[in-house]
Design a protein around this ligand. Structure first.
Ligand SMILES: [Zn+2]
Length: 91
């Protein structure tokens, strides 16, 4: 399910993110601590607040890597995003 979120720039590429999809689990809106990917650059990000995204900590990356199914989804998604190339070039 796609959720409209307050517009927030990707901390890696500044792409303005305003939608988030829940790929598994309950179809709720993203919460503080939810992971997401930037559709422009593929960076793994964490919701700090509904309108604030940040880079994940080493611990958060290790935690999600320990969940092989979740990590597989992330890696495949990042592969497709990087193969497609950015939606919008960095300025
Ligand atoms: Zn990005």
């Amino acid at each position: 399910m796609t959720h409209v979120i307050p517009e927030s720039p990707c901390p890696a590429c500044a792409y303005p993110m305003n939608r988030a999809d829940n790929v598994h689990g309950p179809a709720g809106a993203p919460e503080v601590g939810s992971l997401t990917l930037c559709l422009n650059c593929g960076q793994l990000l964490v919701f700090d607040a509904p309108s604030s995204l940040r880079m994940p900590t080493r611990e958060e990356i290790s935690e999600v890597m320990a969940d092989s199914k979740a990590w597989e989804v992330i890696e495949k998604s990042q592969y497709f995003i990087k193969e497609r190339g950015p939606i919008r070039r960095a300025r």
